[in-house]
Design a protein around this ligand. Sequence first.
Ligand code: MGP
Length: 229
Amino acid sequence: MATSEPVRVSGLLSFTASSRPEMRGTEIEEGCADSPTTAVTNPEQYIKHPLQNRWALWYFKNDKSKSWTENLRLISKFDTVEDFWALYNHIQQPSKLGFGCDYSLFKDGIKPMWEDDRNKLGGRWLMTLGKQQRHNDLDRYWMETLLCLIGESFDEASEDVCGAVVNVRPKGDKISIWTGNCQNRDAIMTIGQQYKERLSIPGKTLIGYQSHDDTSSKSGSTTKNMYSV
Ligand code: MGP
């Protein structure tokens, strides 16, 4: 399939909506209608829109007879806007998943686990949702999170992004953005502030950033925040 040069996509939501495969037909350019053999197809009709990065979507299903790593499955990879929407439209929304399930979207080559070399010095911006928010906000927040990632929405700080995770849990669902180095304060703060704005989280509602080191070694139910916005 032909692709054009990668571009940073601003306003990806409206851009992608018009790029959804089912909304695009083959048209013969004006003036060619009388001579089908010389018809020129507009490249916009068949060229897919490349993303800055290739992404991998993972699914976690909590089967207690297996280890955490064995429960993690790669669903699919994509690197164009159209292939993202094809996948997104094909799978269940997070609110329809069973308790204990996760989706993770990570840059190709980074596994969605603390142990990966590109994650092990990093951490995550964590949003913990109230139970009522599964109905009201979860799917909308997750889609916006996906668009922030594939649209590279955090300027230069997008390079620090490794991926994002949604955890569906009885005690309250969680959405997090994982970054590669918890010492990169400037990039982390940029991501946190812009992410909060994109989700229209009120200023007085704080979200926290925690290192994977702290999360994986915690003994109680909470992990201390390294940063908050
Ligand atoms: P969780 O799925 O991230 O959160 O971690 P949950 O279910 O809300 O639990 P809580 O502890 O945050 O309240 C649950 C458990 O899954 C962890 O305690 C680990 O045992 C395992 N786990 C989670 N992650 C993200 C990893 C990981 O990256 N690597 C490994 N080895 N285990 C993990």
